[in-house]
Design a binder for this molecule. Structure first.
Ligand SMILES: NC(=O)c1ccc[n+]([C@@H]2O[C@H](COP(=O)([O-])OP(=O)(O)OC[C@H]3O[C@@H](n4cnc5c(N)ncnc54)[C@H](O)[C@@H]3O)[C@@H](O)[C@H]2O)c1
Length: 323
């Protein structure tokens, strides 16, 4: 096999980005989408020139692999179904919203290479370089760390009834901390505040201890005013015995200033440009998935790694008294 027939399940915000990238990857035959919402399905058919199906069952006959872009709480069942049909699966983060669910997914995945979890930060060149430096010992013994990710208040609206700020944003940071330091973390305490949504935390601060002895904080919120030019404020700072490393993951390097309305710092790393070409972390992630599938090679991010990030967020939710 030198090409991969692939489809996208769920063409909401993230599925549309996956579709846009898949159209431009030479080794991918992007054949169709499965989407429950008829209007979104028709729009995807027209935009990407592919067939739209109403359910995963109808899509599976036509593909070798599927990219699952359903809401966080709906990941388990379609992943198990696609794996049982012998397909390779790219599953968006978080792998699921409990370790029990992750365990069921892994139990239904006899070939661990068939499943990749879409922890996109692992494909960010800034993160990769930081990891190399930390793992090479350039900052020495890790003393303490801070990882944070906050978005515009617009992000939580519409999803806070089906996920949480810890699941939706914190899982990125849980994975980032493990990926860069190579250490496991335990949650010592967490506090949160409910300021915008009807009934869940909009801001969560967690205190962690890494297994090498370092202490860390993880801060997540979807509370930034929408008029803030950079609608994502994210990064990682690690202080060690020989030095420190600071990674800025906010959108800071392209400012769009309209004559009317607010100035906006635009993303230049994560998502494809309007034309879809060029480098982006999502493109690198999808290319890694496709190449591994074609070569029948190891999963670039196996379920065990997705589960470890889920376990950390689950511990945060437990510390908040929610699990
Ligand atoms: N990697 C990242 O940085 C990143 C960014 C945003 C979202 N995500 C993740 O991507 C996933 C999707 O998020 P989103 O914001 O695109 O959600 P969304 O609500 O915008 O889209 C989900 C789509 O799935 C469809 N759907 C739901 N159930 C279905 C079913 N059974 N069959 C077919 N279609 C169905 C919905 O109609 C909707 O169009 C989430 O897990 C989210 O955490 C990842």
């Amino acid at each position: 096999m030198d090409r991969l027939r692939i489809g996208v399940l769920g063409v909401g915000v993230q599925g549309n980005l996956h579709a846009q990238v898949l159209k431009t990857i030479p080794e991918a035959d992007f054949v169709g989408v499965a989407e429950a919402d008829g209007a979104r399905r028709s729009k995807a058919e027209a935009t990407f020139g592919v067939l739209g199906y109403g359910s995963l069952d109808d899509l599976l006959d036509h593909v070798d692999a599927v990219s699952i872009c359903l809401p966080d709480h709906l990941h388990e069942e379609p992943t198990l179904k696609a794996l049982a049909a012998g397909k390779r699966v790219l599953l968006e983060k978080p792998m699921s919203i409990s370790t029990a669910s992750c365990d069921r997914i892994m139990a239904g995945c006899p070939d661990p290479d068939a499943l990749m979890i879409g922890q996109i930060l692992r494909f960010d060149p800034r993160v990769i370089r930081a990891r190399e430096l930390v793992r090479a010992g350039d900052i020495g013994e890790i003393w303490h760390a801070k990882v944070w990710r906050s978005t515009s208040q617009a992000v939580g609206v519409g999803i806070w009834d089906r996920t949480s700020v810890a699941w939706f944003l914190g899982v990125h940071d849980a994975d980032l901390l493990r990926f860069v330091t190579g250490q496991e973390a335990e949650v010592v305490a967490a506090i949160g505040r409910n300021v915008l949504s009807p009934g869940t935390e909009d801001v969560v601060h967690a205190l962690l201890r890494l297994d090498g002895g370092a202490i860390a904080t993880m801060e997540n919120s979807w509370t930034l005013p929408h008029s803030r030019p950079s609608r994502a404020d994210a990064g990682l700072r690690i202080i060690g015995s020989k030095g420190a490393i600071e990674v800025t993951l906010s959108h800071t390097d392209l400012l769009m200033v309209p004559r009317e309305g607010n100035a906006v710092n635009m993303d230049t790393y994560f998502w494809p440009s309007r034309e879809g070409a060029g480098a982006s972390n999502l493109r690198t992630e999808l290319e890694a998935f496709i190449r591994a599938a074609i070569s029948k090679g190891p999963s670039p991010i196996p379920g065990s790694e997705g589960r470890a990030a889920v376990a950390l967020v689950e511990a945060v939710e437990t510390a908040l008294g929610k699990q």
